[in-house]
Design a protein around this ligand. Structure first.
Ligand code: ZN
Length: 390
């Protein structure tokens, strides 16, 4: 198949997203993976370096006569992230390579409304403006992560009341010269894992499933594609109209059985306690055999929801992040069995591989910051509205 000609922006985006996902690369393998001659790559790297987007550090050669300059993203580029959760709005400033410079959390009221969430955004953005002004930090990109954000958001957010056009207006007032992108929180978490998890299990198209405050998925593809990141609301697959009430307003959604709040209720602990215990909750909280059976039953349901999603749009890889990834293998098996039981032809026949990646609950605003880095890389580090020059 003949290669599509690429614009300058697309070529720069291919280099920057590759560096973002790999954490750094020597020139020869970088040229190979972005399909450029070393001479062409050299010219573009010269520009990117002059613009302060990348750096090249001399490293001991991995083999005799091998390359010695390791190309990576420039750590001095500053990004801001805003991440809306059920309890607070977190705001932070970080670098392209994942370091965190500043973070603050502004609590949400117990019963948030469009007005009060708007005020919380104003407060967080004021903190951000003051912090960046005091330190003369110039932001290259702002990423905003909102749960439940999707195609229908113009008609109101079913998860947390939040008027995106109002927040966009605030950002335009306070950060007029900074590019801003909004996304669904599952897309932000997917981006975080894709860019910041060492040895992330998939490089091609796959489904990412996040089990946190809610349960949601994202289709992941080559970052250069226009629809590289697409949220999929698999958490609102209804399993029983007489089941527990879900935060979307319906009853019996898979999320109402398997989200973090649902898990806390089943185990009889408070959700913050579960988060504090982190990776060893499974060993630290006594689980009766009745509760364990129910836990497995719920994991099986989650597996059914994932399998059904793959029936609608087949793909060969599923990465799962959240509390199920902390379980012992024999507990996780219930989830895998659920996928097997609903997927047409079964998991083996459909050649689907499942991988568990560590949870990223409670790490806000790191997911929003990773998304901001991704947005900057995808526009090739160029101004958002600039005209294309091939
Ligand atoms: Zn629901």
């Amino acid at each position: 198949m003949p290669e599509q000609p690429r614009s300058r922006r697309q070529t720069r985006a291919a280099i920057l997203t590759h560096l973002l996902q790999s954490g750094g690369s020597f020139r020869p393998p970088l040229a190979k993976s972005v399909r450029l001659s070393e001479a062409s790559l050299s010219r573009i790297l010269f520009d990117l370096k002059a613009e302060g987007l990348i750096e090249e550090v001399r490293q001991p050669a991995p083999y005799v006569g091998g390359p010695t300059g390791l190309v990576s993203l420039d750590g001095s580029v500053a990004l801001a992230g805003l991440e809306l959760t059920g309890q607070w709005l977190s705001v932070g400033v970080g670098g392209l390579t994942g370091e965190l410079h500043y973070t603050e959390r502004v609590p949400l009221p117990a019963k948030p409304t469009v007005e009060s969430v708007g005020r919380v955004f104003r407060e967080a953005l004021t903190l951000l403006r003051d912090w960046t002004r005091r330190r003369r930090v110039r932001l290259a990109q702002i990423g905003v992560s909102v749960p439940g954000l999707g195609r229908l958001s113009e008609f109101g957010n079913p998860i947390i009341p939040c008027d995106i056009s109002r927040v966009r207006g605030l950002l335009g007032e306070m950060f007029a010269d900074v590019t801003v992108e909004f996304t669904n929180s599952v897309v932000a978490h997917a981006t975080f894992h894709r860019c910041r998890t060492e040895n992330y299990p998939f490089s091609g198209a796959h489904l990412f499933v996040f089990v946190g405050q809610g349960v949601a998925g994202a289709w992941m593809d080559d970052p250069i594609e226009d629809d590289a990141l697409q949220p999929v609301e698999l958490g609102h697959m209804v399993f029983g109209a007489d089941g527990p009430r879900c935060r979307c307003g319906h009853h019996g959604c898979v999320e109402a059985y398997t989200s973090l709040p649902a898990l806390a209720e089943l185990l009889g602990v408070l959700e913050p306690e579960l988060l504090q215990r982190g990776s060893d909750w499974g060993g630290a909280i006594p689980i009766s055999s009745r509760v364990r059976q129910e836990l497995r039953h719920r994991l099986y349901r989650l597996g059914l929801a994932i399998g059904n999603t793959l029936n609608v749009k087949p793909c060969h890889g599923v990465a799962i992040s959240g509390w199920p990834s902390l379980l012992a293998e024999n507990d996780r098996k219930a989830l895998v069995d659920g996928v097997d039981a609903s997927l047409l032809g079964g998991r083996k026949h459909a050649q689907v591989s499942l991988a568990f990646v560590p949870p990223s609950n409670g790490n806000d605003p790191r997911a929003a910051l990773a998304f901001a880095a991704f947005c900057l890389a995808c526009r090739g580090g160029m101004p958002a509205a600039s005209t294309e020059a091939a």
